[in-house]
Design a protein around this ligand. Structure first.
Ligand SMILES: [Ca+2]
Length: 492
């Protein structure tokens, strides 16, 4: 009898085990489609900017959750991207400047793609990912510009001209970034061409083919599609320029330095001045050129938006939409003449704020907004959370799954960012935070301590036009912010 009871218990355990394992195999881990857009500020239809034509991103927001308070950790491509893929702040992984090579500085770092690959995901990267690209980071890597020779411009004259300038740069002994800068062409181009005759359209074709490959292999994937627009130069097929009437475009209203702005906050927007149609000594851009550049930036957004529409259609058509989480963000914001500056490279909100949309299949809260504060370092642990794997202990971000699934959930108290300033030849690291209500920044000189500060009331002065840090009434608030910055710096 005892033997029969034992046998029955054993059989029952086996059945339970089988049931559990069958259930586990039935619950497939979600795929991730990560849409990473270069230099896209949070100015889209779904962010209330009705003058921007972004119907596909707006639809994604309607089907997902949109974040109103998402921030990058530093407004430079290389740095923000290294921070996101490691889930670490720039102070921790040491990548703080454009020229910093992430892998050289962090030979053993575990990136989100390494981690997901180690846990059964096929990781597919394409377009712009890290600044210093490395195919070793991915299971499948597509360097569209280098491998398929789909460059920045369409016109043969531009392509030939760039080759000529590169030759000249070599003859002058220029290498790397110096050679790249020497051979830049115009800041805009309006080619009459098809979407896939330029980088981002060509890359979208690859992404769609990769989706087919994943379906064929029945393989769970993390696909990161790195759009290169609306980064300069503003080159998009003519039909996207034609969506806008230049005469009805408004340029930046606050085309002036903020009142009482410290020198360290000033960027000389050298990135734009490197293009051959911009005077390298310019103090400002003419109204006509401002309009052209603003028009070009908008056209590039609409061009990328159309590619996102193709990706979403592809997911649906290939039967992947029901098991794919789509995350859309940028690496940082951008200035189109605001604060009398261009491009990124500052600690202003307009450079640090990024769009963020997360669409989950079958989400019941589709179309909701979250005002919770989120940092881009939070995406690494969020992917892990949805993949049901632990984050490596090196990750400093926190999963935002709670905020995605319940938009009433409170976010972080602060989002921290930084930017190294060399204004007038004096180095200071600008540490910045926002609690959604204010933005506070202090520049810290390694030897002398805090050099200068700025404080903006984002509720009363959302464009950050008046630095109120010298007002006595805010001194205790600034002391609290300063302490928070200190503890963030000491946290690692
Ligand atoms: Ca960028």
């Amino acid at each position: 009898m005892r033997f029969i009871t034992k046998l029955l218990t054993y059989c029952l355990s086996l059945t339970l085990l089988l049931a559990v394992s069958l259930q586990a195999s039935a619950i497939k881990k979600p795929n991730f489609l990560f849409i990473w857009i270069d230099d896209l500020r949070a100015e889209l239809g779904c962010y209330g900017a009705e003058h921007i034509i972004s119907p596909h991103i707006d639809r994604l927001a309607d089907e997902g959750v949109i974040f109103d308070q998402a921030f990058c950790q530093e407004a430079i491509c290389t740095v923000s991207r290294a921070s996101l893929i490691t889930g670490q702040r720039p102070n921790t992984n040491g990548v703080q400047r454009l020229s910093d090579n992430f892998r050289k500085k962090n030979p053993d770092a575990i990136t989100i793609m390494n981690h997901l690959s180690n846990h059964g995901y096929e990781t597919i990267g394409m377009g712009k990912q890290l600044h210093h690209e490395s195919e070793n980071e991915w299971d499948a890597w597509f360097d569209v510009e280098r491998k398929y020779k789909v460059g920045k411009y369409y016109a043969e004259e531009a392509k030939a001209g760039i080759l000529e300038l590169k030759k000249e740069a070599r003859a002058k002994g220029l290498k790397g970034l110096a050679s790249f800068v020497y051979s830049l062409w115009d800041s805009t181009e309006i080619p009459n061409c098809d979407d896939n005759e330029l980088h981002d359209g060509y890359m979208t074709d690859i992404a769609l083919r990769e989706m087919d490959r994943m379906v064929e292999l029945d393989q769970t994937f993390f696909m990161s599609v790195g759009f290169k627009k609306p980064h300069l130069p503003f080159v998009a097929p003519k039909k996207y320029w034609d969506l806008y009437n230049r005469r009805s475009i408004s340029v930046a209203e606050n085309h002036f330095f903020p009142k009482d702005m410290p020198q360290h906050a000033k960027s000389n927007w050298g990135e734009l001045k490197n293009y051959r149609d911009i005077d390298p000594d310019a103090k400002e851009i003419s109204s006509e050129k401002m309009l052209e550049l603003t028009h070009g930036y908008y056209a590039c957004i609409s061009y990328v938006d159309a590619q996102i529409g193709r990706l979403m259609k592809g997911l649906k058509k290939k039967g992947l939409a029901n098991n794919t989480i789509v995350v859309l963000t940028s690496d940082h914001g951008f200035k189109l003449g605001e604060h009398k500056m261009w491009c990124k490279h500052t600690n202003f909100n307009i450079d640090l704020k990024v769009p963020l949309i997360v669409k989950r299949p079958g989400a019941r809260n589709a179309g909701e907004r979250s005002s919770g504060i989120v940092e881009l370092i939070d995406l690494f642990p969020t992917f892990c959370d949805y993949a049901d794997i632990a984050s490596p202990p090196t990750v400093e971000g926190k999963s935002i799954r709670g905020l995605i699934e319940n938009t009433q959930t409170l976010g972080k108290r602060y989002a921290f960012s930084q930017y190294p300033s060399n204004a007038q030849g004096k180095y200071a690291m600008g540490y910045s935070l926002t609690d959604g209500e204010f933005r506070y920044t202090e520049w810290v000189n390694p030897n002398k301590g805090v050099d200068s500060k700025m404080l903006y009331n984002l509720v009363l002065d959302p464009s950050e036009n008046v630095n109120i840090s010298s007002k006595e009434e805010y001194s205790s608030k600034m002391a609290t912010y300063s302490k928070a910055i200190q503890s963030m710096k000491n946290a690692n």
